[in-house]
Write a protein that binds this ligand. Structure first.
Ligand SMILES: Cc1cc2nc3c(=O)[nH]c(=O)nc-3n(C[C@H](O)[C@H](O)[C@H](O)COP(=O)(O)OP(=O)(O)OC[C@H]3O[C@@H](n4cnc5c(N)ncnc54)[C@H](O)[C@@H]3O)c2cc1C
Length: 331
């Protein structure tokens, strides 16, 4: 059966794609949103659902997971179609001007316009490479999506970047103990944050790395090794938060036919790419003085949608009515 044709397909269900989906609903566009992950939320869901976000206008403080829940609820206002666990692999403009979208799992989607909001691409956390790590998969945490799971546990953090330092500070009041192991001679994260960790009383082991995991059915101890002397130590441990960086994969997007640059897709002030009918917004969109924060993307999404709307209907108003004048919110 031929897939149905959508007015706009938003590739990427991060914060920016979600808000763009809400706005396209305000513009009465038949909307589909496709994301490679099993759930929406982009980097916030993946990297920092338990972090407090402070730099969104009018919201002095919000937990990452709560912001995602709010954006998802807002995106659902006009009932867009969500397609999850689906990575887009190619976009081809057909002779009739519509777009043929192919995905990794072999699905095909059809759309009159496309808004690309893929952020930095898809992510995969680098694994802990230590002996017997495969025996204790349930004790290895690559994301802090639910701090409660680590309450009263002896937690070891492996890594020295900001995420590792943040995790150490977040877990300190919750876990039974927190120790930080990093192979470098100095932490990689912000100096201020590293100082806070050092002053907090968290036991840190610089120039060491975890080399093996031990226990019976559950993890009981880890062995770690000094990268200078080669000497080993063991400590009790129930859970490890691993933060060894992430592999980011933008896929073959550079072959989709529009101009790209080092950090993403070139757009003009209308969020138009160099291919008519395709727009980009959020972290992936590149223009002079670009800021890669949530608030900036929440502004770019509606611009991209308005451009798509006018591409489909040049006589349409250049922007949506403000929501309080929209019939959906008037009852
Ligand atoms: C650790 C960290 C902390 C941060 N803290 C803050 C902060 O405090 N405040 C702030 O404003 N900003 C912060 N940021 C930046 C902020 O997260 C980004 O600006 C924001 O997430 C960009 O949203 P986006 O929707 O453009 O992209 P993303 O959030 O990256 O979402 C992109 C989505 O596209 C999907 N995708 C990618 N490729 C494909 C494909 N081929 N097919 C289908 N789906 C695809 C991905 O799965 C993902 O869900 C932080 C970033 C990081 C990494």
């Amino acid at each position: 059966m031929k897939p149905s044709l959508f007015d706009v397909t938003i590739i990427g269900g991060g914060p920016v794609g979600l808000y763009a989906a809400f706005y396209s609903g305000l513009r009465a566009m038949k909307t589909k949103i496709i994301d490679a992950e099993p759930d929406v939320g982009g980097k916030i869901r993946y990297f920092y659902p338990e972090k407090l976000i402070h730099d969104i206008g009018g919201i002095p403080e919000i937990l990452g997971a709560d912001l995602v829940a709010n954006l998802k609820k807002q995106a659902e206002t006009f009932d867009p179609t969500f397609v999850l666990n689906t990575r887009v692999t190619s976009v081809v403009k057909q002779n009739d001007g519509t777009f043929y979208i192919e995905t990794e799992n072999g699905e095909v989607h059809l759309s009159k316009t496309i808004v690309i909001a893929v952020g930095s691409g898809t992510y995969k956390m680098n694994p802990l490479k230590a002996r017997f790590a495969e025996n204790y998969a349930s004790a290895l945490h690559y994301h802090l999506r639910d701090l409660e799971k680590l309450r009263n546990k002896k937690v070891v953090i492996s890594g020295g970047g900001d995420a590792a330092l943040d995790a150490a500070l977040m877990l300190l009041p919750i876990a039974k103990s927190v120790e930080l192991i990093y192979r470098g001679d100095d932490f990689k994260g912000y100096e201020e944050r590293a100082k806070t960790v050092l002053d907090s009383g968290i036991q840190t082991h610089l120039h060491h790395e975890i080399t093996s995991l031990h226990g019976d059915k559950t993890l009981k101890e880890i062995e770690f090794t000094c990268t200078h002397s080669g000497k080993n130590k063991r400590i009790a441990c129930d859970a490890i938060f691993v933060n060894h960086g992430v592999e980011v994969d933008i896929g073959n997007m550079r072959d989709w036919g529009f101009e790209t640059e080092e950090w993403g897709i070139t757009v003009n002030h209308e969020m138009e790419t160099t291919m008519p009918g395709i727009y980009a917004c959020g972290d992936v969109a590149c223009y002079p003085r670009k800021i890669r924060i949530i608030q900036a993307g929440l502004h770019e999404g509606p611009i991209a949608i308005n451009s798509a709307k006018n591409y489909l209907d040049p006589k349409a108003a250049p922007e949506a009515m403000v929501s309080t004048h929209h019939e959906h919110f008037m009852n």
